[in-house]
Design a binder for this molecule. Structure first.
Ligand SMILES: [Zn+2]
Ligand SMILES: [Zn+2]
Length: 299
């Protein structure tokens, strides 16, 4: 390898290290003009690797370096490997609010902390303490005139629903009903009545699995699942759940236009009837609860 070639190689490596891929490309073109076909191909492959895998380029280049047969090839690959080495990640300040201060890895932070100004230190403290805001609940526009401060005390006094409502009767569920090891989506009363809920998931499933199962259950159970999923997304879902719901809807397209609402069928009283959907006692095809839910989702 000539001295001029190696100097140009260093220039390219320096540009890549600085994240300036434009300059790197410019010098690479000149480098390629001088190099023999084999080295040109090697350089082009290295640049291609760095462009395609900005974060994992070092791993790919290391494999290529091991497979190289000549010292010249290794030198070229090593120059790009050095350049592609990612900048060290800044130390984590706090992984979550559940991490106790004693469990924080503060090694390597001393220098950084020493150079913090009091203002920056305060800003970091505030950012560390900040709790992500609750998703805003969209209120329908109202024409009621509100006086004084504009705060509607009646509405403000209504507590927000905690967690997701029961998939059968749509009332708020207790903390015990939201079971992390397998949430059937039911409230205690519906469970006691033996109403079918979200099918059980295998042990060790993730929260995303549970959210997807609830989506699938709502889609399979109700005529107009789109309205229910939209209501869930808007009112009860956490930010992470919203991503899962949106993803599920993308992958499982719901009918866009369900067509006109079915006409109410003539009521045929049955003496010992059972609800077709939940198995509850019913004097019609569906029990009172299921009919109410249908009316809600039809609206
Ligand atoms: Zn219920
Ligand atoms: Zn029913």
């Amino acid at each position: 390898m000539t001295c001029a070639f190696s100097t140009r190689l260093d220039t390219v490596a320096e540009a890549i290290r600085n994240g300036d891929l434009r300059t790197a490309k410019f010098h690479t073109t000149r480098l390629l003009a001088d190099a023999d076909p084999h080295t040109s191909a090697l350089i082009a492959a290295c640049v291609d690797t760095i462009e395609r895998f900005p974060r994992r380029a070092v791993v790919h280049l290391r494999a290529r370096w091991k497979a190289a047969t000549t010292d010249d090839d290794r030198a070229v690959i090593a120059a790009f490997g050095q350049a592609a080495r990612p900048a060290p990640e800044p130390p984590t300040i706090r992984r979550s609010h559940r991490t106790a201060p004693r469990d924080l890895d503060t090694s390597g932070r001393t220098g950084e902390i020493r150079h913090l100004t009091p203002e920056r230190r305060a800003a970091l403290r505030i950012a560390d303490r900040a709790i992500p805001p609750e998703p805003a609940v969209e209120e329908p526009a109202t024409t009621d005139r509100v006086y004084a401060s504009g705060l509607d005390y009646d509405r403000a006094a209504v507590p927000a629903l905690r967690g997701t409502p029961c998939v059968r009767c749509w009332t708020e569920r207790t903390r015990e009903d939201h079971r992390a090891d397998g949430d059937d989506g039911l409230c205690g009363e519906c469970r006691d009545r033996g109403r079918p809920g979200v099918p059980a998931l295998p042990p060790g499933h993730t929260r995303a699995d549970a959210v997807q199962a609830r989506c699938a259950f709502l889609a399979a159970t109700y005529n107009r699942p789109r309205a229910l999923l939209a209501q869930w997304w808007r009112k009860y879902a956490t930010v992470a759940d919203r991503v899962v719901i949106a993803d599920w809807v993308q992958r499982n397209p719901l009918p866009t236009d369900p067509g006109p609402a079915p006409r109410p069928r003539p009521v045929v009283p049955r003496v010992t009837g059972r609800c077709e959907r939940c198995g509850d006692h019913a004097d019609q095809e569906l029990c009172v609860h299921c009919r109410e839910v249908d009316d809600l989702t039809r609206a």
